[in-house]
Design a protein around this ligand. Structure first.
Ligand code: SF4
Ligand code: SF4
Ligand code: SF4
Length: 303
């Protein structure tokens, strides 16, 4: 599979002059306690309407998935308790407020909970942005991807283009804000321009959501994985942190404690517009060949 070239700052590639260092998220699911403060803070700051408070039969998850009115989604995954790891350490999904708390909970219930706060990945190569015909989706000076509500015409091209199923058109009664408009996390662009931390990261009590310079976050995340491996949590791995992956690396990446599929994430995402240039070249070549054939037939019929 073709790999993309590294792009340390897609803002500069887009034409921003003097762009600041790329900003992003490192979401460390090993310390997420599932409190959903991030979901609530996002809704409050961005004035996102309520979109259902149903019991879904998916543990304590009552939002289900990311969507036009859920820009952070905390997944709850219940699994049978894992065998004791090497050195007698328990491969716990999180670092609890008091050490040993999780081990007690796991021993009592026979299950472990994986919790992870999902969000738009702010891809280095963002297909949503590539296909938007109006320019409503834009790359900011921070390297993030933002929808401009007043420019989006609701065509929905971006929705199937996203390899993560993040972006969607908002549904709801007429009169509600931005109905019919494509919506997703803005990485709190309005806060970043004022030098503030995104609302979800600000609200997270365990620093599961860490905001900052992407290069620095990647180093910190790698160190965290090594620490977890050293503590016997062998399944810890990074997702979206590799600048050589199919989307050129995510601006919002994760530390997971199991396979990405367990969290509902694609294992090897690829920017869906990757093959478009080649397809256009083939289409143009086919058109030229057809026209040449028609011209030759015309000439032959006249002679
Ligand atoms: S995750 Fe989807 S919506 Fe977010 S930047 Fe990437 S392609 Fe666009
Ligand atoms: S960065 Fe802002 S818009 Fe994005 S999920 Fe966090 S609070 Fe919501
Ligand atoms: S606020 Fe932090 S700890 Fe709470 S659910 Fe969100 S990511 Fe997890």
């Amino acid at each position: 599979m073709r790999r993309w070239s590294r792009a340390s700052n897609p803002a500069a590639d887009t034409g921003w002059i003097g762009a600041p260092s790329r900003k992003g998220f490192f979401t460390d699911s090993s310390v997420c306690i599932g409190c959903k403060a991030c979901e609530v803070a996002c809704k409050e700051w961005n004035r996102i309407p309520e979109d259902g408070l149903e019991m879904l039969g998916m543990s304590y998850d009552n939002t289900g998935a990311l969507g036009a009115s859920t820009w952070r989604h905390v997944a709850f995954i219940e699994q049978p308790r894992r065998p004791i790891a090497r050195d007698g350490l328990t491969p716990l999904p999180m670092v609890a407020a008091t050490s040993g708390q999780n081990a007690v909970a796991e021993a009592a219930t026979g299950i472990r909970w994986l919790m992870s706060s999902d969000v738009c990945k702010h891809c280095t190569h963002a297909a949503c942005l590539d296909v938007c015909p109006t320019g409503a989706l834009m790359r900011t000076e921070f390297g993030t991807v933002v929808v401009q509500d007043d420019i989006c015409n609701g065509c929905g091209y971006c929705i199937p283009a996203c390899p993560f199923g993040v972006i969607d058109r908002r549904q709801g009664p007429p009169g509600e804000r931005n109905i019919g408009i494509a919506q997703k996390c803005t990485l709190c662009y309005d806060r970043l321009v004022d030098g503030m931390t995104p609302a979800c990261a600000h609200a997270c009590p365990t620093q599961s959501i860490q905001f900052g310079d992407l290069d620095e976050l990647r180093v910190r995340a790698q160190r965290r994985v090594e620490d977890l491996h050293g503590a016997g949590v062998d399944d810890a791995r990074l997702y979206g942190a590799d600048p050589d992956d199919g989307i050129g690396g995510a601006g919002a990446f994760f530390l997971l404690l199991d396979e990405p599929e367990v969290y509902g994430l694609p294992p090897d995402p690829v920017v869906t517009t990757r093959d478009l240039p080649g397809m256009w070249r083939t289409a143009v070549l086919a058109g030229v060949t057809l026209m040449a054939g028609a011209a030759a037939a015309f000439v032959r019929s006249r002679s």
